[in-house]
Write a protein that binds this ligand. Structure first.
Ligand code: ADP
Length: 260
């Protein structure tokens, strides 16, 4: 609380008391704290892959290069970590642009089933490597809406990437799209049969850099920013996102977008 005092003097110059102005600065402080936490988090997150790249490079230079297999393993780690660093920087920049609403929306008519099919195509290789089945019921129906295509594709892609990353081999992923005439809204659901999210973590998963299991997220190449980006993109489209999950059973993300 910011407190200011001033004497209250009437038109005759007589002192009548004191004016106290109480200024609630909770919001300002909270924003400042969020910003400094963000910078601290970013620095920490960027340092992790760099430390590993540096460490493995030094070990190679110090002689580990003689053994071809070790050399190959280390180079693979260096390559993976550089990739992750690249993705992290891209996500941080995307997130800050999205948060500041610096990305203008390009509204056009979007055919939802087409958009879903082209998004699945991007991730299909990865899904096949884990023998995951991707089901798209109702793919023949034509649902269209006026929205920002790239924005919506990014939302579906991030949710789908997570479904692939957090579903063990042989599992299945279903993408449902439904037009709710009465509510004038559109519902997209990404349903997986994966590891699920513990109840206590659910409220925090949309925070930047929050992960239920850091090691697993890192192994899957995660940056911890995917869902923070999704949440902001959904809000930019005036929609809502919900999650239901059971540990060991699977997770369902539901995005609702207004049709008008
Ligand atoms: P990450 O890059 O770590 O995947 P996200 O922001 O996309 O970051 O997700 C945050 C965390 O939420 C993940 O680390 C993971 O613990 C959890 N999560 C997200 N999607 C799923 C899912 N479909 N199934 C299980 N856990 C999930």
């Amino acid at each position: 609380l910011d407190v200011n005092f001033a004497p209250y003097i009437n038109f005759k110059g007589e002192s009548r008391g004191v004016v106290v102005v109480l200024h609630d600065i909770t919001d300002i402080r909270r924003l400042e704290k969020m910003r400094s936490d963000f910078v601290a988090n970013v620095s920490h997150e960027l340092r992790t892959p760099i430390t590993s790249i540096k460490g493995f490079t030094e070990t190679l230079l110090e002689g580990a290069m003689q053994d071809e297999e070790t050399c190959r393993n280390f180079l693979q780690i260096i390559s993976d970590e550089s990739e992750r660093l690249y993705r992290m920087i891209r996500d941080i920049l995307d997130l800050s642009k999205i948060e500041q609403k610096r990305i203008p929306l390009h509204i056009s008519q979007v055919h939802l089933q087409e958009l879903i099919a082209s998004t699945v195509a991007i991730i299909n290789d990865q899904a096949q490597r884990k023998q995951l089945t991707i089901q798209l019921p109702g793919q023949e129906s034509d649902i269209s809406l006026m929205t920002d295509k790239d924005c919506l594709q990014q939302i579906v892609l991030n949710l789908l990437s997570n479904a692939v990353a957090y579903t063990p081999e042989g599992g299945s992923i279903t993408i449902l799209a439904r037009h709710d005439e009465a509510e004038q809204q559109l519902k997209i659901q990404v349903i997986d049969t994966g590891i699920g999210i513990p109840e206590k973590d659910i409220p925090r998963i949309f925070e930047r850099f929050y992960r239920v299991d850091k090691a697993r997220s890192r192994d899957s190449g995660g940056t911890g920013l995917g869902l923070a980006i999704v949440k902001h993109l959904v809000e930019n489209l005036h929609g809502q996102i919900r999650v239901e999950s059971k540990e060991g059973r699977g997770t369902t993300f539901t995005v609702t977008l207004p049709l008008v």
